[in-house]
Ligand binder design. Structure first.
Ligand code: MG
Length: 389
């Protein structure tokens, strides 16, 4: 037994190793098996490698800017609904719950979850589609791929390397998000948990926001099979509640029934698979998802949200306006590259002007994008002209 084992101070990796040996399943990604970082760094005295990744993401400018990026609804609609940041936090919370129950590496899951939407451009998926059109000749745009660019290149936390120098496990997890069509690929169970948590999270909170904002009624939501099951389980109590309270209870139970079903389904699958280590788990076809019968109902809820919320005439109008602004701003910046910040002018020399403009615009918050559009595209159709004061 060495001095450390007798109670002396341990390094971060040793602390993580001891903790994980007690808590994690064999198929979990253990910190001591990490493939490390592109730019080698000394071990931290009290934080494990995935804790450090999480902290680097939380302290990044791109992460803070998620508070100014819309999820589904713009800031014009009050302050109840989710932003890209609160969505991310809800995903991390649900993913950690799933990960802990399945005895996976929560630190890695948290880092992956906090990173998963870091590359979202302004104006949500409308903005992503517009940027993809703007960048067609340069290879298109994907928020998942851009998230990697942010943490590998654009963020600056150290004079010793570009990006955040995250562990290879976190980078590979994000790389998988950007190339899902390339399956089958090696991916850790922790990566699959975050993907499952993402869809459970946005189904529930988009339903909540849509009812709260009046795009659909609670009665309409309650007719969707999964919500109908939840209402039936709540029984007569539901009818005694104020509608606000009823909505919150239904949304809570929508999450709870999906997470509970997923855990029952996956626990059995994991027991049957008897995976000896994370590498074997990463190559296995095991899926982290709800049971087949619940999957049908989950997809019915997603179809309802697509038809009644994401394609709502008010959202389609907002989407068209936002895309027009983004196209105009992109065109204007390509025509006036001297208006780019110096570091993006330098980046244009490396990756081409269109990609550098795309990288700059994708990093903006909704509000900053509006402001710059108003500045640079004066005389064109501006947001200020189309919206009430
Ligand atoms: Mg997401």
């Amino acid at each position: 037994m060495n001095e450390s084992d007798e109670g002396g101070p341990l390094g971060g990796l040793q602390t993580a190793r001891r903790r994980e040996a007690l808590l994690l399943a064999p198929y979990a990604m253990h910190s001591c098996d990490s493939r490390g970082r592109v730019y080698p760094e000394a071990e931290h005295p009290y934080r494990g490698p995935y804790q450090r990744d999480r902290d680097r993401i939380v302290h990044s400018a791109a992460y803070r800017r998620l508070s100014g990026k819309m999820q589904v609804f713009t800031g014009d609609r009050g302050d109840y609904h989710r932003t890209r940041l609160t969505h991310t936090q809800e995903v991390a919370s649900i993913a950690r719950t799933i990960g802990r129950a399945l005895r996976l590496n929560e630190d890695l899951i948290e880092a992956l979850a906090l990173l998963h939407d870091l590359g979202h451009p302004p104006y949500g998926h409308a903005g992503e589609d517009a940027l993809d059109e703007c960048l067609q000749a340069a290879g298109g745009f994907s928020h998942n791929r851009y998230g990697l660019t942010v943490v590998e290149v654009l963020e600056h936390r150290s004079p010793d390397y570009p990006g955040l120098n995250l562990t290879r496990e976190v980078l590979d997890g994000q790389l998988w998000r950007g190339e899902k069509s390339a399956e089958p690929v090696q991916r850790l169970l922790e990566v699959r948990v975050v993907d499952a948590a993402d869809s459970i999270t946005y189904n529930a909170h988009d339903a909540d926001d849509a009812v709260k904002l009046g795009l659909v009624t609670l009665e309409e939501l309650a007719e969707v099979p999964l919500a109908s099951d939840v209402c039936r389980a709540l029984g007569k109590r539901l009818g005694t509640l104020h509608p606000e309270q009823a909505r919150k209870l239904i949304v809570h139970d929508l999450i709870d029934c999906q997470v509970g079903d997923l855990l029952r389904h996956c626990s059995q699958q994991l027991a049957d698979a008897d995976l000896p280590d994370a590498e074997t788990a990463g190559g296995s076809p095991l899926r982290i998802e709800v049971s087949p019968s619940l999957q049908v109902k989950k997809e019915q809820l997603e179809a309802f949200l697509y038809e009644r919320v994401y394609r709502h005439p008010e959202l389609l109008e907002m989407r068209a306006e936002a895309q027009a602004r983004l196209h105009e701003l992109f065109t204007q910046l390509c025509a006036q590259p001297d208006r780019l910040p110096i570091r993006f002018q330098k980046r244009a020399a490396e990756v081409g002007l269109a990609r550098a403009v795309g990288d700059y615009v994708a990093g903006m918050t909704d509000r900053y994008c509006d402001q710059l559009h108003a500045q640079l595209c004066a005389g064109r159709r501006s947001r200020a002209m189309t919206r009430p004061a």
